[in-house]
Design a protein around this ligand. Structure first.
Ligand SMILES: Cc1cc2nc3c(=O)[nH]c(=O)nc-3n(C[C@H](O)[C@H](O)[C@H](O)COP(=O)(O)O)c2cc1C
Length: 202
């Protein structure tokens, strides 16, 4: 099969891309609006991009009506956000926060999750998540226009909180204890429970 993006709709191209680019890590992003409403939403077009400065990127695409998601509006207003990681036991709660809520409603309250104060940014952290990265905005890169066009959010990690109980004996994050999930296409997810080691070649 050959897929020529010029011959199909952005929606169909999106469906192919999310089945081809797998597994994707999930940034569970908390922000706060100019009016002080806390927001929480998952984004799987997400990755780390640099350690100097420590930076992450994620991509909220425009809604089908071409409007920006609340996460983008909040980051444009405050230039701050927190990336919380998603362990398997929080999968359903994460999914619940992806529903469309009115901007004046907080996903924290609507989904029974706990916001706690951050130290370097105004956006709250998610207490239930074992790793929370407080970030400041470096840049927003707009790719395309209209529905499904991207607002690529690039942020610098100012402070990273890691729960002590997911560390191994050497003070490193233990992949078995963090138990993150990844997103596949459609409604599919994967755990990170089946792993293999492969030493880097010189
Ligand atoms: C696992 C998962 C991953 C998602 N990844 C993205 C993504 O990368 N980009 C995007 O625009 N929406 C993504 N969504 C959809 C948003 O979470 C959803 O549109 C949400 O309502 C946006 O909330 P907000 O308007 O409060 O920012 C994802 C949803 C789920 C469940």
């Amino acid at each position: 099969m050959l897929i020529d993006p010029a011959e199909i709709s952005p929606r169909d191209m999106y469906l192919h891309m999310v089945r081809a680019i797998t597994p994707r890590p999930i940034a569970w992003v908390s922000t706060i609006s100019a009016e002080g409403v806390a927001n929480l939403a998952p984004y799987s077009f997400f990755n780390g991009v640099s350690a100097n400065p420590p930076s992450v990127v994620f991509s909220p695409v425009n809604r089908r009506d071409g409007s920006k998601k609340d996460t983008v509006l909040n980051i444009e207003a405050t230039r701050e956000f927190v990336v919380n990681v998603v362990p398997h036991q929080l999968a359903e709660a994460m999914n619940a926060t992806s529903a469309t809520f009115a901007p004046e409603l907080s996903e924290f309250a609507e989904c029974g999750l706990t916001p706690i104060d951050s130290q370097r940014v105004r956006a709250p952290r998610l207490a239930e998540s074992p790793i929370q990265m407080e970030c400041t905005l470096l840049q927003i890169v707009h790719i395309g226009e209209g529905p499904l066009a991207a607002n690529l959010i690039i942020g610098k990690i100012e402070l990273m909180h890691v729960a002590d109980d997911i560390l191994d004996g050497e003070g490193q994050i233990d992949p078995a204890k963090i138990d993150t999930i990844g997103r596949l296409g459609g409604a599919s997810y994967t755990t990170t429970r089946e792993r293999f080691d492969m030493p880097r070649l010189k």
